[in-house]
Design a protein around this ligand. Structure first.
Ligand code: NG1
Ligand code: ZN
Length: 530
């Protein structure tokens, strides 16, 4: 490798200004966009080294997802579409923070430490969201890749799930799908139309849908796909990113989920399903207003239970014996866990917050559904599961054939708002459910999620998939005492707190049988934390 260009650009164009320290967290680097240009340049370099190490295409997505428009960030995607290996997060942090004059030495040390063949070609697949800052940061990332001789595959302005799809397709020779943005849209639309068929005699399901694009790239992608879905889905788009609406501002999946309220910019029409995606379209949340104008949220737990219940049904009907499981996090509503495990008989596991942990646990099953309550999730099918489903389909089993199309409509490479939405629509139509029917399957326990600002969030450490605190030593016994008190003992109450991996806060979650009790519990646990 030749480091002349890297040295020159580091000395001239991409000088480190900020004296602050950057950390590669759960969602990569994510902060105010103005501070990130140098970090992006250096992550271009890191992606090249990672590509050489893995002898494969590596992905780089420039986005800050559901965070405000003034933020931005970058995530590195490994060859099979998963988040970059945890061991390399530290390497990313070292490169991001190296002093300008130390950067080349830091790269050389990394090459040596990981025993990397410098002659190995490197290819980085790059995507970005619609943020105003994404163009400048994209230029910095590309400059970093090229400075050390890497090649760039441009995806342009894309959703995060498209970037993951493109990385996987590039690495498996196209067997997952055609490695283009159009290939992605066509794969999903074709599978969806096949599943929906034509007509049908639904009395409860309606194909009308309001789509809240969060004023971001999800809106742009839906504008591309909506015409090809039109035969089975009548989508009316709002917050589509083309007007002057601000990204994620009072709309989108994160806003709807956290405020538990109807998205701004979408007409309040009773009884119509509204689908909200987040700023990079990897999360999806449904909601609706009933005839009294009351708001109802159908979150990631609700989507996960719908999908897992449906897959169980299909497997039974196809008479294909495969191990199906659902992975949630501690934030899953207790009523959803009870419903899927108790009522539908699907085993449930609980993982630590962060997609990589859910993904990992889902691999324990032939078919692993994983979802965070915030609407990020997907389904993973093992190679063996796909093989037995395809064999059954080839032998004329029509339900197995339907399962093959279900596999095609799912983006297994990462949680994908649009793919998840299409699958939900397939299931609702097949069950002939209105959104109210879906909502009636179980009743969420009232819950509250709050942020507590503390001097040092790292004093809190947890165990048991983040459901119990280990330190400070007195905290968990105090929470347990509270839950045993007369106020909460018979209220189906649950509460936990954990340090956020993406913000400088401690998150407190509480649920109980009534809104008042959930609020009271969350206030009392927050006081214990503070
Ligand atoms: P933190 O900040 O660690 O709670 C948040 C979300 C996660 C996940 C990550 C990555 C909640 C409670 N937490 O993590 O689910 O999506 O961001 O974006 O929603
Ligand atoms: Zn996102």
């Amino acid at each position: 490798m030749d480091f002349q260009s890297l040295e020159k650009l580091t000395a001239e164009k991409y000088k480190k200004h900020a004296s602050r320290t950057f950390n590669y967290g759960t969602a990569g680097f994510r902060t105010k966009a103005d501070d990130l240009e140098t970090v992006l340049f250096r992550m271009g370099v890191l992606a090249v080294v990672r590509s050489k190490a893995m002898k494969a295409h590596i992905g780089m997505m420039i986005t800050a997802s559901h965070n405000p428009a003034c933020d931005n960030g970058v995530k590195i995607v490994d060859p099979r579409g998963e988040m970059m290996a945890v061991a390399w997060e530290e390497h990313a942090t070292v490169l991001a923070n190296a002093e300008d004059l130390q950067l080349v030495a830091a790269v050389q040390q990394l090459l040596q430490q990981e025993n990397i063949n410098q002659q190995q070609p490197a290819i980085v697949v790059v995507g970005r969201d619609t943020r105003p800052s994404s163009d400048v940061l994209h230029a910095a990332a590309v400059a970093g890749v090229r400075a050390v001789g890497g090649q760039v595959v441009e995806c342009g302005v894309v959703t995060t799930p498209i970037l993951h799809y493109r990385v996987v397709c590039a690495n498996d020779g196209g067997s997952y799908g055609t490695p283009t943005n159009e290939g992605y849209s066509k794969k999903l639309a074709d599978a969806f139309l096949k599943l929906q068929g034509t007509g049908g005699s639904q009395s409860r399901y309606s194909s009308g849908l309001q789509f809240d694009g969060a004023n971001g790239v999800g809106g742009c992608q839906m504008s591309i796909m909506a015409p090809s879905l039109a035969a089975a889905l009548t989508i009316t788009q709002y917050n589509d990113g083309k007007g002057d609406g601000v990204l994620n501002y009072k709309c989108g999946a994160d806003h709807v989920k956290t405020t538990q309220s109807w998205p701004g910019g979408v007409p309040a029409t009773a009884g119509t399903r509204c689908v909200s995606v987040d700023g990079d379209a990897d999360r999806v949340i449904y909601s609706f207003l009933d005839s009294n104008g009351a708001f109802h949220l159908l979150d990631g737990d609700r989507i996960a239970t719908l999908i897992a219940g449906y897959l169980k049904q299909l497997l039974t009907r196809a008479q294909v014996s495969l191990k199906l499981g659902l992975i949630q996090t501690a934030y899953a509503n207790g009523a959803s866990t009870q419903y899927i495990n108790g009522t539908l008989g699907v085993p449930v596991g609980c993982a630590k917050t962060g997609v990589k942990f859910l993904h990992h646990m889902a691999l324990d099953y032939d078919i692993g559904v994983y979802f965070e309550a915030n609407g990020h999730g997907t389904v993973l099918f093992s190679d063996a599961a796909k093989k037995s489903i395809r064999e059954a389909a080839a032998a004329g089993n029509s339900v197995a054939e339907r399962l093959c199309s279900v596999i095609d409509v799912i983006n297994e490479t990462v949680g994908d708002a649009i793919s998840d939405m299409l699958l939900v629509e397939v299931i609702l139509k097949e069950q002939d459910w209105s959104v109210e029917d879906w909502n009636k399957q179980y009743t969420d326990l009232p819950n509250r999620l709050v942020k507590v600002l503390v001097a040092d969030r790292s004093v809190i450490s947890t165990t048991n998939a983040e459901r119990s605190c280990v330190t400070p030593a007195a905290l968990q016994p105090a929470i347990d005492n509270l839950l045993r008190s007369t106020e909460f003992a018979t209220a189906n109450a649950r509460a936990f707190c954990r340090p956020s991996g993406t913000e400088d806060v401690v998150r407190v979650y509480a649920e109980a049988s009534t809104r008042e009790l959930a609020d009271s519990l969350s206030t009392k646990v927050s006081q214990l934390v503070f």
